[in-house]
Design a protein around this ligand. Structure first.
Ligand code: UTP
Length: 299
């Protein structure tokens, strides 16, 4: 029988080397880079908790200290802010501590996203779970996990988040071959290719860093050989799941998301994300917009 159980746990891989952001990521995970005034990963954890996933497992690597400290209490800071009566900043400091039940597991060697997900097996057990990547920042005004959960409740198996992207950028993403369903925003995935050349891309859908996975993925990952870039790719495991029968936990659907998403994974997109979000804020937005306008006029 297909597993239609509801999703309760979130896995957040943060053990990648972040080479595109060196030297900033030499001793700090890239997920800790600030997007305006919050680390990227806090947006992701808040998104999970808002969707009802308050059991969060971080897959960490060699530099996990900043992550742990961020989601832990900072008594000294709390005391100072309390004494000053600065309740607004105090609330911003304690917000990340009170988010959910947070757990950590080490990946050891960063052998790829698929390998990172496999590290979650003991904690997750035999239930469906979500995977959220810190590189993709989904605007809190456009929650996508709830829509993905509805697709899973209907079809079972696994669900990935898709966005239409300009064809010439498809080689930056995982790309699925799809069949339509009776809903415009849901497709059945028949195959997947990690970062295909433009002329080999089976569609103009890109896989975005939100997944709901059937626990059958663990067994598939155990036998997944290193793929593109010598890494154990989650895409390759999803490709196998897509062809497996529903009774064995197979079947992959795509939910086509058309909300606001910001890419914080590479330097240019990261800067664009920070500026976009900052200009929309009530506190610093007006000042930044004025300054940007005069800055651009001077260029
Ligand atoms: P990326 O390939 O974007 O991350 O992996 P990276 O390797 O850190 O980035 P660059 O290319 O060197 O700059 C997507 C996500 O998977 C995690 C990363 O932390 C990121 O959130 N990841 C990747 C792991 O946790 N472990 C790995 O072995 C690889």
């Amino acid at each position: 029988m297909a597993n239609h159980a509801s999703v309760r746990k979130a896995v957040v891989p943060a053990a990648g080397l972040g080479t595109r952001f060196l030297p900033a990521t030499k001793a700090t995970p890239k997920e800790m880079l600030p997007v305006v005034d919050k680390p990227a990963i806090q947006y992701v954890v808040e998104e999970a908790v808002t969707a009802g996933l308050d059991d969060i497992l971080f897959i960490t690597g060699r530099s996990k200290r900043p992550l742990e400290d961020h989601f832990d209490r900072n008594l000294e800071l709390e005391e100072v802010l309390e004494e000053k009566g600065d309740h607004e900043r105090l609330a911003s400091v304690t917000a990340s501590t009170n988010l959910g039940r947070i757990h950590y597991v080490r990946q050891g060697d960063p052998l790829g996203l698929g390998h990172a997900v496999l590290m979650a097996e003991n904690h997750v057990g035999d239930e469906p779970f979500a995977v959220l990547l810190g590189d993709d920042l989904i605007d809190p005004r456009d929650p996508v996990l709830q829509d993905m959960m509805a697709v899973r409740a209907e079809h079972g198996g696994s669900v990935v988040c898709l966005m239409r992207v300009p064809r010439e950028t498809i080689s930056l993403y995982g790309c699925p071959a799809v069949e339509t369903t009776d809903r415009d925003d849901v497709v059945t995935i028949t195959d997947l290719i990690e970062k295909p050349p433009v002329d080999e891309a089976p569609s103009d859908y890109a896989v975005i860093g939100r997944y709901l996975l059937d626990p059958a993925v663990f067994e598939v990952l155990r036998s997944t050989k290193p793929g593109r870039g010598g890494e154990i790719q989650l895409t390759d495991a999803l490709r196998v799941l897509a062809t497996m029968p529903a009774e064995a936990g197979g079947g992959v659907h795509g939910f086509v998301f058309d909300g606001r998403r910001y890419d914080t994974g590479d330097r240019l997109s990261y800067l664009q994300a920070v500026i976009t979000l900052a200009t929309e804020r009530d506190d610093i937005g007006p000042g930044l917009r004025d300054w940007l306008a005069s800055f651009v006029a001077r260029m």
